[in-house]
Design a protein around this ligand. Structure first.
Ligand SMILES: N[C@@H](CCC[C@H](N)C(=O)O)C(=O)O
Length: 284
């Protein structure tokens, strides 16, 4: 059977999008998703994203499989791509889509709301950051304590880390030179460290100014990627918690910049950035 797909990316964090609206179960297995994501033998991507019927009163449900087949709770760049994909599907169904247009999306991290903007960007209400160690999860502190500037030894080096969940776990470390980090060598050691029972995404952040952060990321289940939306949000939160940056900042990733705000009014994090369609096709 041939399954139709569309390929999108958000700042080079690339995904294969699948229309799964007609049934509640995923139409691909984790093994198929791994093959589809293969850059030599498949379509190529950091993950496969499925749009399913809404749950609990939401418009739609998003599920995602990382390129290693594991299922994360949320994906920031992916949900911007998903919003554009939904607009594509609705337009094909004859439903008019006029930005600004918001969709409520059920995810494993709760309800997330992306809004298509008239300029083509997508703003996402990413919800409130989760700061308690037990909920991130990490054993770096007691379950009901925050993990702010804690020492962690990884690969015989001492690091100072702050941990934040945006529905998925992030370990943030501030460094003098983000470009000097050997991601392929150190990233897996953070990802699989015993203090992260569900593994972790890791962000290496260089503070350029109070409103400009430079970030490189090693993603759980996907490795080094060109951008990570939840990671950019978590890093901004970590920057505020450690008094390194303002509540609104640009986070520069290898794939380009994201605008991030952690609102002092409602405690929610807002992310704005692009999402682009690359091509469409069919896969066995
Ligand atoms: N790239 C994504 C995050 C995707 C999930 C991540 N690899 C995980 O396992 O938590 C983003 O833009 O947020």
């Amino acid at each position: 059977m041939t399954i139709a797909f569309s390929k999108y990316h958000g700042l080079g964090n690339d995904f294969v999008l699948v229309d799964n609206r007609h049934q509640p179960d995923l139409i691909l297995t984790a093994e198929q998703a791994v093959k589809w994501c293969d850059r030599n033998f498949g379509i190529g991507g950091d993950g496969v994203i499925f749009v399913l019927p809404g749950q609990q009163g939401t418009d739609y449900t998003m599920r995602i499989l990382n390129s290693d087949g594991s299922e994360p709770e949320m994906c920031g760049n992916g949900i911007r791509c998903l919003a554009k994909f939904i607009a594509e599907l609705e337009t094909a169904d004859g439903v008019p889509v006029a930005p600004p247009k918001a969709y409520t999306i059920h995810t494993l991290a709760g309800t997330i709301t992306p809004t298509l903007q008239p300029d083509g960007q997508v703003t996402v209400d990413m919800g409130e950051p989760i700061l308690m160690a037990g909920e991130i999860p990490t054993t770096l502190a007691a379950a009901d304590e925050r993990v702010i500037s804690k020492s962690l030894t990884v690969a015989q080096q001492d690091w100072v880390v702050t941990c934040v969940s945006m529905g998925n776990p992030h370990c943030i470390t501030f460094v003098d030179d983000a470009d000097a980090i050997d991601l392929a060598a150190i990233g897996p050691k953070f990802e699989h460290h015993e203090v992260f029972p569900q593994r972790t995404n890791t962000e290496f952040i260089e503070v350029m100014s109070r409103d400009y952060l430079k970030m490189r990321v090693w993603e759980r289940g996907a490795g080094a990627t060109l951008a990570c939306g939840t990671g950019a949000c978590a890093s901004l939160v970590a920057g505020v918690l450690t008094e390194r940056c303002d509540r609104t900042a640009t986070v520069e990733l290898p794939g380009g910049p994201l605008k991030i705000e952690w609102s002092a009014i409602d405690n929610r994090v807002y992310m704005t950035g692009p999402a682009e369609k690359v091509f469409a096709g069919g896969m066995e």
